[in-house]
Each structure stands twice: as C-alpha cells, then as structure tokens.
Ligand binder design. Structure first.
Ligand SMILES: [Zn+2]
Length: 150
C-alpha cells in the first residue's frame, strides 16, 4: 500500500477543510438545514419510541424508519413552517411502510381484541400529533408516548 507523501496529504486536507466550510457556512440556508436535521432527529426519536413500545422495533422496521426520515428531509428543507408536522408525517410514512411488510401498526391497545390500527391526528401530521383509535375516535396517546399497557 503506497504511503502518501506529505505534500499529497496536505492538499487533501486543504480540500476537506474547504468543503466543510462550504457546508457549514453562515448562509441562512445552512442554518435552516441544521434545524431541519434537529427536527428530523427528533421525529426519528419519537417514532422509534413508539416502535419500541409496541414491540415491533427490529432491524427491518428501524431501516423503514430511516428511509422515511431521509425521504422527509427534502420536504422539511423546502417548508420551514412545516416543523410541527414532521414527526406525525414520519409516523404516517412508517405506518404505510409497515402495512405492506409487517401489517397494521400500531394496533389499537385500547379496544379489546382489536385488529384495527391507530392513526395520527391531525391527519396533516401536526401540530401536537396524537394516536387516535380508528374505530372509537378516542385519543390513545401522544406520538412517542405509546405504551404496551395503555
Ligand atoms: Zn380501538
């Protein structure tokens, strides 16, 4: 394996620093993108909590969640005012993805022997998204607050 000369590595480092300063620059766009990342991370975290609480967290479902989060990135970047909706929208995306692969999620924990699912209310994904029983219309839990015994 060839050892890079000190000359070569200095050039590489310079290029790397240049790219970093472009990405992390002080333009309003960069600041907004940082906030988008935060908001996507928190969307990922709340949906992850519900996947875990309902016992369906697995390598497969987590990767569906990752896909949903990365697909929402462009959308979130285009619409800064959409922040309150991101968590609920990611939850809906994951719900759709799970329906095709695993089945209904999350199954209503409120009704006895339920086979119906909960859905996100408001349907737009926010603000303050909650899980609502499809049949009774009752609010079961806030997004991220599902528990196995609720
Ligand atoms: Zn129900």
């Amino acid at each position: 394996m060839p050892t890079p000369t000190s000359h070569g590595s200095r050039i590489d480092r310079t290029r790397f620093v240049h790219q970093e300063s472009t990405v992390g620059g002080v333009s309003p766009g960069a600041t907004h993108n940082g906030r988008v990342t935060d908001q996507l991370l928190s969307a990922r975290a709340v949906v992850m909590r519900d996947l875990e609480a309902t016992g369906v967290a697995s390598a497969e479902t987590v990767s569906l969640l990752e896909d949903a989060v990365s697909e929402r990135r462009w959308w979130a970047e285009q619409w800064p005012a959409g922040e309150p909706y991101v968590g609920g929208l990611v939850a809906q995306d994951v719900q759709d993805a799970l329906l095709m692969r695993v089945g209904r999620w999350p199954v209503c924990p409120r009704c006895e022997d339920a086979v119906h699912a909960l859905h996100i209310h408001p349907e737009l994904g926010g603000p303050d998204p909650v899980w609502v029983c499809e049949e009774s219309g009752a609010v079961v839990a806030a997004l991220g607050q599902l528990s196995t015994d609720s």
